[in-house]
Ligand binder design. Structure first.
Ligand code: ATP
Ligand code: MG
Length: 648
């Protein structure tokens, strides 16, 4: 690719950061040489335990003896750690700032208020027969009650399974059945971009086929019309008003399950990742503090939805365990206009801002003006998560949003990993746009040659695996342990297989090249999707691009690119030619884009990720077998691409 740029740690950031470059190197070394000592110290520092553990770690990554245990024998309660222990020192500090879809509506909730509401809801759960170990489904929009419900589950040891509020009744039904939930909490409606979505109605439809759900708790969000089943349905506000304000936290074992969360569904049938209590909390709190260099009193905003793991770890558990002030945003980046994110940053004086490349690219498409007319002076750290961030988008984020002042932490991780695995630390890591940089403490990434199965030393490219466990690692696929073993531990014996490909450069920096299943093989050369897409996005007229392979008589696989032009750009054959030349120049003569199809929009998961497996089917003309499309955000996008496909 084009000459690599390096951004040094800004002096102002380094001066007060928790961790500088020397500290990172020393701590990382210790975390690898003496993991038990290292993690024992972290667990003491970040979490309050009612009983100390017997052993810090006990694991085997061998498929026939797979087990992973952290802090075994230790006892704790997550809601105690996120709430009670803060009351004496920061009871009146704001825990959650809620910013409504409507810019005129917001709400601030202190740690004391949050504690009381969590206790009340926990008592409601109990009165409806929910016990330790039972599963509760949370199907809510981005309102504070979602965090209350999560914490109320942890208070009594119930296991939550959050289903993103944008999912359809069928997706909800499948997840409720798979995790065998007995209670569902939802709202009358949700509000996004000024539109109302009938959440309770969706839940009712799903519940027709979920006989084991005994209770549906309904939050009054809009007051919109709902149907009611007496005996099953109860109002949230009425029931918590009648509940006691104290609820003793249930003492949980470190290895007790904390939550189930289905992966985003980019690559196939979603898996119910099960996370456990002690290790997850230690990892969530520690990564939140160090990756974002969170400083006491700062306002922190992660724009994810609590329906994704990012919302679990980096809106609720990590920030609240650290006593932070965390923003929950109900709306979308382009409502009421393209300045919304930055207006919210100014309104609440946000210091740390964490979002996804899909949002950055869509904002980029609208130009600089909506950003530049806002101040953003409060911003100190920017973050990215969910997909590889193209260097072009990184530079824009850095220059236009961060005024070249704010380090960008490009955090690579997964639902399965619970928290960041490869990420810069703001005060320690020089940045290279497009690289997730270096491993977090205790994380030992390795690259394997996918054909030979041999380890790659030094610089090189291959399948990304992890050689040692970390506390936030998922423990099983709920209800299907064999799928866990098969998916993550069979392919490369002795390693956790991430499913992603990566390149390691001469400085030891990692560059995620995309899903290993998406890697193209063009005339015997392996090409990652991320690299080609980044080359396309370099062009000033291109907003977004997705690349897949398709069967090609001569090359084995040809390169098929779906390209979304910038707002107001007329797609022409001349532009196609420029793009082909651009990719060839950036990557090399092997990277000849064979087909470009203009795509007004790309098919994405509801979490905003490009679904290349569907694009691959369209490119190969296999439109009768598109596979599981239930996690697709907007199915009409697919029909449009099929109608206009370039490969007929
Ligand atoms: P499924 O597993 O159901 O196919 P998914 O992999 O999209 O869905 P998530 O766990 O939400 O579900 O996403 C994790 C994946 O997202 C990673 O494996 C990686 O491919 C991608 N990803 C996340 N963060 C980054 C990042 N900073 N850089 C590159 N890729 C990233
Ligand atoms: Mg995945």
């Amino acid at each position: 690719m084009s000459e690599e740029k390096i951004y040094a740690v800004p002096a102002a950031i380094a001066a007060k950061a928790h961790i500088n470059a020397e500290q990172y190197a020393a701590m990382y070394q210790r975390s690898i040489d003496d993991p038990a000592g290292f993690w024992g110290d972290q667990a003491e520092q970040f979490v309050t335990w009612s009983k100390k553990w017997d052993s810090v770690m006990d694991y085997s990554f061998k498929a026939d003896d797979l087990h992973i245990k952290w802090f075994d024998g230790g006892k704790l309660n997550v809601s105690y750690n996120c709430l009670d222990r803060h009351l004496a020192t920061r009871g009146d500090q704001v825990a959650i700032i809620w910013e409504g879809d409507n810019p005129e509506v917001d709400r601030k909730i202190t740690y004391r208020e949050l504690h009381e509401e969590v206790c009340r809801l926990a008592n409601v759960f109990k009165s409806r027969g929910v016990k330790k170990g039972d599963r509760v489904c949370i199907y809510l929009p981005m309102i504070p009650e979602a965090a209350v419900a999560m914490l109320a589950c942890t208070r009594i040891g119930a296991v939550h399974s959050i289903v993103f509020g944008g999912f359809s009744p069928d997706s909800l039904r499948d997840r409720v059945l798979d995790s065998e939930c007995k209670l569902v909490i939802t709202s009358d409606e949700s509000v996004r971009g000024g539109r109302h979505i009938p959440l309770k109605k969706n839940a009712d439809t799903a519940m027709l086929e979920c006989p084991n759900v005994e209770t549906v708790i309904v939050v009054r969000r809009t007051g919109g019309p709902v149907e009611w089943i007496d005996g099953r349905d109860i109002w949230y506000d009425e029931s918590i008003a009648a509940a006691a304000t104290e609820c003793a936290p249930e003492e949980m074992d470190a290895e007790d399950p904390l939550f189930i969360l289905y992966t985003s569904g980019s690559t196939g049938k979603p898996k119910g990742a099960l996370h456990s209590t002690g290790g997850y909390l230690v990892y969530a709190a520690m990564t939140h503090k160090y990756t974002f260099d969170y400083q006491e009193g700062e306002i922190y905003w992660c724009t994810a939805d609590v329906g994704w793991v990012t919302g679990h770890t980096y809106i609720v558990y990590g920030p609240l365990a650290n006593g932070a002030t965390s923003i929950m945003f109900e709306g979308i980046p382009n409502y009421p206009d393209m300045s919304r994110f930055w207006d919210v940053v100014d309104k609440h004086q946000v210091n740390i801002f964490y979002t996804a490349p899909t949002a950055i690219r869509s904002l980029m498409r609208a130009g600089e003006e909506p950003v530049k007319k806002t101040s953003r002076q409060s911003l100190r750290i920017l973050g990215s998560v969910g997909e590889p961030i193209n260097p072009e988008a990184w530079e824009w984020y850095h220059r236009v949003v961060g005024d070249e002042r704010c380090p960008i932490v490009d955090t690579w991780w997964q639902t399965e990993t619970g928290g960041h695995l490869i990420t810069p630390l703001p005060g320690a890591t020089a940045l290279k746009p497009g690289s997730a940089t270096l491993p977090f403490f205790g994380v030992v990434p390795a690259l394997v040659d996918p054909a030979e199965g041999t380890l790659i030393e030094g610089a090189g490219e291959g399948a990304l695996v992890i050689a040692q466990p970390w506390p936030g690692q998922m423990r099983t696929v709920y209800g299907d342990h064999q799928r866990y073993v098969d998916t993550y531990f069979k392919q490369y014996p002795g390693y956790y297989f991430t499913g992603d490909g990566a390149r390691r450069d001469a400085d030891g920096y990692y560059w995620i090249t995309g899903r290993i299943d998406d890697v193209l093989n063009v005339s015997g050369h392996r090409l990652g999707t991320a690299e080609i897409e980044s080359a396309l996005v370099l062009h000033k007229d291109v907003a977004e691009a997705a690349v897949v392979g398709y069967p090609h008589d001569l090359k084995g696989q040809g390169i098929y690119a779906y390209v979304t032009p910038m707002a107001g750009i007329e797609p022409t054959d001349a532009l196609k030619k420029e793009l082909v030349a651009m990719v060839r120049n950036e990557i090399g003569p092997i990277a000849i884009v064979d087909i470009i199809q203009w795509a007004p929009s790309l098919p994405k998961t509801r979490s905003g990720k490009i679904m290349r497996r569907i694009l691959r089917k369209i490119a190969a003309n296999e439109i009768d077998s598109l596979g599981d499309t239930s996690t697709l955000a907007d199915p009409t996008v697919v029909n449009d691409l099929i109608d206009n496909r370039a490969n007929q």
